[in-house]
Design a protein around this ligand. Structure first.
Ligand code: GRF
Length: 220
């Protein structure tokens, strides 16, 4: 019996997490899985040295490594990645610091069951270097967002955001560290909603059965 069919028997939402690096968001998802009503059935990395792989192994979660360097095109890599993911028949695919732009075929295949976390208050500061750009723009508040993934980079329907105040003394590093703390609460919250069947992507954007989206929580 495969891991995923074990999970289906238990009725829990099964999640594949994609990573490229430290995996601190992965860790928060691992730590919240029981309470959140979901199970992480696999972690896939495109980087051999991603510390997230170690975190997954310590938690007894199957891991896979698929280097994008072995593929001539983005489309070929994504097809191979889809093959790995689909072996687990997940209900949800979660991008947690997965540093790849995804092809249209990939995004379409997982439409409505593909989430990403981004270190800014979307739609502000889509793309890279978000913390430096927030400081340059002298915004009063900064934060993180979880959204459904569509073909538009960081542009899919926003589900939830956590914001914090920006201090005059902040550096990109200090701001990133405080935003990351918020990410660790935000991502499990959203995955828990999805696992409970309360969250879906519609033609009009992200929809929650009880909560008006995007759900924006401000912290001091
Ligand atoms: C996080 O800031 C996330 O928002 C961004 O990449 C970073 C990943 O950090 N997409 P970690 O690997 O989860 O520690």
């Amino acid at each position: 019996m495969t891991i995923s069919s074990d999970q289906r028997a238990s009725g829990r939402c099964s999640v594949v997490v994609l990573i490229s690096g430290s995996g601190s968001n992965l860790q928060s998802l691992i730590d919240s899985a029981d309470e959140g009503g979901y199970s992480i059935c696999a972690v896939v990395s495109n980087k051999a040295d991603a510390f997230g792989l170690t975190r997954a192994q310590k938690a007894g979660i199957p891991t896979a490594l698929l280097s994008h360097l072995a593929f001539a095109t983005r489309e070929d890599f994504d097809l191979a990645l889809m093959d790995i993911i689909d072996q687990y028949e997940p209900d949800l695919v979660v991008l947690a610091g997965f540093m790849r732009i995804l092809s249209a075929a990939f995004v379409t295949h997982y439409a409505g069951r593909l989430l990403n976390i981004h270190p800014s208050l979307l739609p502000e500061f889509a793309g890279v270097n978000t913390h430096q750009r927030a400081l340059d723009a002298k915004v009063a508040r900064h934060g993180a967002s979880v959204h459904f993934v569509t073909e538009e980079l960081d542009g899919g329907p926003v589900i939830a955001r956590h914001s914090i105040p920006v201090a005059e003394t902040d550096t990109p590093e200090s701001l990133a560290a405080r935003v990351l703390q918020q990410e660790h609460a935000l991502y499990p919250k959203v995955v828990t909603w999805f696992a409970a069947g309360e969250l879906r992507m519609t033609d009009n954007g992200a929809h929650h059965m009880r909560i008006k989206l995007p759900d924006t929580q401000d912290f001091d």
